[in-house]
Design a protein around this ligand. Structure first.
Ligand SMILES: [Zn+2]
Length: 308
């Protein structure tokens, strides 16, 4: 099956040209096709290039195992994922409630709507954006108080106290446009919360091209603290906090074991033990240095405020 690919000539972050080939990863979830990851010679950003264009990417999500768009739980890995998800949902909500009393949120890339539901069930006014039609149905089935927004353009200036992207920014085609929209719709004291995987983590270095969080071609960008902060500062934001995400190292390591065992489920005990040890080492390294955590939640604020 052929899908159109687009080749970027300019860095999606700094707009400069000049890239270096970094590694070639396989799409383990859908197509089994190889995709190259390059790094920008100017700002250091890693990105998938060439990549499916915005109209062609949809088919690469069309897999029942694409876990964040479904609610089905099959096997031990999915069962564990469900348990950890319930715990972390509460933690994520409390993080947001720690820096705002105005509870107006945009959940951008809401997936199957668990986080939107967590907030809407706790007094938040929730707008959710989700491009996948099946996922949108799941969101509405979960909580009819959630307002599904068709596009960023339809949201008023300065109307959101929080915009949250849980493992979403790495999927966004129109990167600079989207961040500029966030800048427009965020209130003056609002916070932009972005969680993304970190390719400088121990688990990423251990699994190399099999690291599950490369997830090509769905992940268009592969951030680390330096490259994300360069991007966000160039778009008018300032970093205010970084929070480690302790469970991601284990989950990503388990998925990476699945990749190393030729696409089968993690059947061997050795695979499970190794994933646990790699995840643990990754977290021990991150305990000393949040910059090395498998996934990091970043909190940004606006550099310049809009005059009333
Ligand atoms: Zn660049």
């Amino acid at each position: 099956m052929e899908h159109p690919l687009e080749t970027l000539r300019e860095c999606p972050s700094c707009n400069k040209s000049g890239f270096s080939q970094q590694l070639t990863c396989k799409d383990y979830t859908f197509s089994n096709r190889p995709f190259d990851i390059v790094s920008c010679n100017s700002c250091g950003l890693l990105f998938t290039n060439p990549r499916p264009d915005e109209s062609g990417i949809g088919v690469f999500y069309d897999n029942p195992e694409y876990v964040s768009h479904t609610d089905t739980q099959r096997g031990l890995l999915f069962w564990l994922y469900g348990i950890v998800k319930r715990y972390t949902l509460g933690q994520k909500r409390k993080l947001l409630e720690g820096f705002t009393s105005t509870k107006t949120v945009l959940d951008y890339g809401a997936g199957s709507g668990d986080f939107s539901n967590e907030l809407a069930s706790n007094g938040w006014e929730v707008s959710s954006f989700e491009p996948d039609a099946n996922a949108r149905k799941l969101i509405l089935a979960k909580n009819d108080k959630i307002n599904l927004t068709p596009s960023l353009d339809s949201i008023n200036d300065g109307s959101k106290s929080v915009i949250a992207l849980w493992h979403v920014l790495e999927h966004v085609h129109r990167l600079q446009y989207t961040i500029q929209q966030f800048l427009r719709i965020l209130s003056n004291d609002g916070k932009l919360v972005i969680a993304v995987p970190n390719h400088t983590s121990f688990d990423a270095k251990f699994y190399k091209e099999n690291w599950a969080a490369y997830d090509v071609p769905r992940h268009l960008y592969h951030f680390c603290p330096d490259t994300l902060v360069i991007l966000m500062e160039s778009q008018g934001f300032i970093l205010v906090a970084m929070k480690p995400m302790w469970f991601d190292s284990f989950y990503v390591s388990l998925l990476s074991e699945k990749n190393t065992s030729n696409g089968g489920l993690v059947k061997s005990l050795i695979g499970w033990v190794r994933a646990f040890v790699v995840g643990l080492i990754s977290n021990l390294v991150a305990l000393m240095d949040t910059n090395k955590c498998s996934s990091v939640t970043y909190v940004f604020k606006k550099r310049h405020l809009i005059r009333p």
